[in-house]
Ligand binder design. Structure first.
Ligand code: AHR
Length: 311
């Protein structure tokens, strides 16, 4: 009798566990760790959500296999931060066509077969960087651009947005543009044009700091202004680098981790949601860095308290 009772006593709709899979493209990066953590904390606050994070570690085929395994496991919803916008499209379409809602986070995919996107506007990131340089009053300016190393939409759009601004400014010249900071290439550029460089705009804070170190070793760091992207408040993050003068500015780029879980919950419960969910970016420089750091540190403290309660 007990068995029959147990079997017929199904969880009510409100109590059902929702299985969410998250496919993370990269992992050797603090911004990615921060995304995973904020997602995991947010999910752990909802006893009905079970979150499974699979890290592809920069391997495009592994990410495709990870997503396929989430489809096979009939996850209730899949969140994807894609490595490559094209090769991943078919498996994202498979998930969507199998009736599984798909949220793309941070990066886009070359398909319309997804449920929603959440992340910041990378064209705006590029515009912010361009405008920051253009707001410098000192005459003609020479800039080196250090782009992202992959083919992702942030890599493309951060560069596109940047040129949309600087191409309109006759007094700004982009003298070199690299994909990543391969030490030798950047070093060579500094040897030939280094003394005249005014700004380095890098795809993220890590690349900006690598470029800064190379310039420092050549005695050029103090005359070049470095701009990064991400603005994490962690020991080697952009916020600290602005505070200690390594970066002139970092463009805060929210991970969207916690927000993606909120969005997933709305979708899973059949509530109304927006297809495009655009998060705000902020330019952080010496004028607002202390305020921003205080705010981020408060949020981190709250997260830590929640983590301690959960563990
Ligand atoms: O796709 C966004 C970028 O990926 C973040 O800005 C970056 O630093 C990360 O790894």
């Amino acid at each position: 009798i007990l068995f029959v009772l147990q079997c017929s006593c199904k969880l009510s709709k409100e109590d059902e566990i929702k299985n969410i899979g998250f496919s993370q493209c990269l992992s050797n990066h603090p911004w990615r760790t921060s995304m995973n953590e904020s997602m995991a904390i947010k999910a752990s606050l909802n006893p009905q959500i079970k979150l499974d994070i699979k890290e592809a570690k920069g391997d495009g085929q592994k990410q495709i296999d990870d997503i396929q395994s989430m489809i096979d496991a009939e996850m209730d919803l899949i969140i994807v931060s894609p490595l490559d916008p094209e090769s991943i499209a078919p498996v994202v379409e498979n998930a969507f066509e199998a009736g599984i809602p798909v949220i793309l986070i941070d990066r886009k995919v070359e398909t319309e077969a997804y449920t929603a996107f959440i992340g910041a506007d990378n064209l705006e990131v590029g515009h912010n960087a361009g405008n920051y340089i253009a707001s410098n009053e000192n005459g003609f300016l020479k800039v080196i651009e250090i782009k992202g190393e992959d083919n992702s939409t942030p890599t493309r759009e951060r560069s596109k947005g940047f040129y949309e601004i600087v191409d309109q400014e006759d007094r700004i010249t982009v003298v070199e543009s690299f994909k990543g900071v391969s030490g030798a290439q950047f070093s060579k550029a500094l040897d030939s044009v280094g003394k005249d460089i005014d700004f380095v705009y890098a795809f993220n804070d890590e690349l900006a700091s690598q470029a800064w170190r190379i310039a420092r070793d050549k005695g050029l760091a103090s005359q070049i202004k470095f701009i990064g992207v991400d603005g994490l408040s962690v020991p080697d993050g952009g916020i600290n680098m602005v505070q200690n003068g390594i970066l002139n500015a970092t463009i805060y780029y929210p991970t969207g981790g916690a927000e993606s879980i909120d969005l997933a919950w709305e979708i899973l419960n059949g509530r109304s949601y927006k297809k495009d969910n655009i998060l705000k970016t902020i330019v952080i420089d010496r004028f607002n860095v202390d305020i921003m750091k205080n705010q981020f540190d408060k949020i981190q403290l709250q997260q830590k308290e929640i983590e301690d309660q959960i563990l």
